[in-house]
Design a protein around this ligand. Structure first.
Ligand SMILES: [Zn+2]
Ligand SMILES: [Zn+2]
Length: 321
């Protein structure tokens, strides 16, 4: 039996991994992929942001894929391998904070996983606008580019020519051989991401000789926190918009990522918001299904976040009557 190709999708918080995933899943490619998403923060949101097609989405929300849930990853991949029916590939979307090394390691240390899967590529999505700042504060942002076979330089529309050149130069510095694919809203051809066959273990062992040593991996995401807000109530959109705007204006510097799904009174679609620092987008997402319980939820990831203040502010936006 041919090994199942595995694509690892990485990239710092807010770079556009979910957008890329949606592109892949909604294209007419006639392929069957299974997707494993891992999120930082206890409330699963990505799963509701990903367009549902024939693909199956598996969520891992009980920790960060690179630190705590590798056993889960092995079990999940194992389940996919063993079941019947053809599968063209597995896509693993890591958290924005994940160090890709231990994820890669997983595919070489477990015997069954090693025999039955083949890493196809590590694809990193980079936010052209915020990359520089992310590199300064995060070793993971750096590692993600170092370990990538391809970098999708996303949000090119948000920077000027000089900024773009600078981002390219920084990527080249970290990873001279990587293919850089410029994009806006991750509008890249599918073949740039899937079926690349560009994973190169020898290159990685050159950079990190300890890559396959179990236990060599050690780090923590201690300085980064996440605050989750959930309610089964609807949200007053005007109040919410006003609050989130003011909040990001004042504290956006500390907000690496925020995203949420809101239930608005009488609205059949989900209202989705996504932000990185002060930048923020809102729009309607997938409709609620008939009889599906509606809820409003949000996750803020950053540093120095006042969890209680966020809880209170969010509660003040809820429709109570
Ligand atoms: Zn981790
Ligand atoms: Zn880790």
């Amino acid at each position: 039996m041919l090994p199942i190709p595995v694509t690892v999708l990485t990239g710092y918080l807010g770079a556009g991994k979910t957008t890329l995933l949606n592109r892949i899943l909604t294209q007419e490619h006639g392929k069957r992929y299974a997707v494993i998403v891992n999120e930082f923060g206890e409330v699963g949101i990505d799963n509701e942001l990903v367009a549902h097609s024939d693909e199956e989405i598996f969520e891992m929300n009980n920790g960060c894929i690179c630190c705590t849930v590798r056993g889960d990853l092995i079990r999940m991949v194992g389940g996919l391998i063993r079941r019947k029916g053809h599968l063209d590939g597995v896509i693993i979307e890591t958290t924005g904070l994940a160090d890709p090394a231990p994820v890669i390691q997983t595919f070489f240390l477990d015997q069954e996983t090693k025999e039955r899967t083949a890493l196809d590529a590590v694809v990193a999505v980079v936010d052209a606008r915020h990359f520089q700042g992310q590199l300064e504060r995060s070793a993971e942002a750096r590692e993600q580019v170092i370990f990538a076979d391809a970098v999708i330089l996303n949000k090119c529309d948000l920077v000027d020519e000089a900024g773009l050149e600078e981002a390219r130069a920084r990527i080249r510095e970290l990873n001279p051989s990587v293919e850089i694919i410029p994009a806006t809203r991750c509008d890249v051809p599918l073949e740039k991401v899937m079926g690349r066959r560009s994973f190169d273990l020898l290159r990685l062992l050159d950079i990190e000789p300890e890559l396959l040593d179990e236990g060599a991996h050690e780090h923590s995401h201690g300085h980064v926190q996440s605050v989750s807000l959930v309610s089964d109530k609807a949200v007053d959109f005007e109040r919410f918009k006003k609050w989130i705007g003011e909040f990001l204006n004042a504290q956006g510097q500390n907000v690496y990522r925020c995203k949420g799904i809101l239930h608005l009174p009488g609205e059949r679609q989900r209202l989705v918001f996504q932000g990185v620092h002060m930048l923020m987008e809102m729009g309607f997402g997938m409709p609620w299904k008939e009889g599906e319980p509606r809820s409003s939820k949000a996750v803020f990831i950053g540093r120095g976040l006042d969890s209680l203040a966020l809880q209170i502010a969010f509660r003040d936006c809820l429709v109570t009557s």
